[in-house]
Design a binder for this molecule. Sequence first.
Ligand code: S3P
Length: 171
Amino acid sequence: MNIVIIGFASCGKSITATAICGLTDMRHVDLDRVVEERYGKRTGARLSVRQIFGEIGAGGFTALENDALKSLSEMRDSVLSTGGRTPMDAANRACLKSIGRIVYLRCGVDTVMERMNKKGTPLTMGSAPEDIKKEFEKRDPIYAALADITVDNEYLTPDKVAAEILKRISL
Ligand code: S3P
């Protein structure tokens, strides 16, 4: 069985996935890296997901993510960290459901904005606080509806959040 971690950009999906793998013998797969690899193989260009989004736009990026998710259909005993925008597409949502149990890693909008100040805002949304808030309000109910469980990631360390996920999710 696999665990799929969804949530807003900068909510801690990758670090939590790594922590789960540290507590189990599961393997971490990061969808952004799979997208980058597949784009690199196809074009010969080594670009980050943000650069790829800038190059091919929303439609192309969604198709690329969908293709990357399909390539993971045989994945077993793994923790998949997704991109923040991945669950916004219906075909992506169906793939995520078929891959494994879904965890919405939830942080409040103020926390993600604080973390984004360090890492930067994805090109998929404006960088003004009101743009980020609007995007958060759009995505939050979609993440919540898709998830099997929602786990708060405001205050606990990655190891504690990972342990809480493993306790609550039935693998
Ligand atoms: C995005 C988040 C990024 C990446 C892309 C779009 C978003 O992933 O998939 O730049 O719109 O939230 P992270 O959530 O890992 O930052």
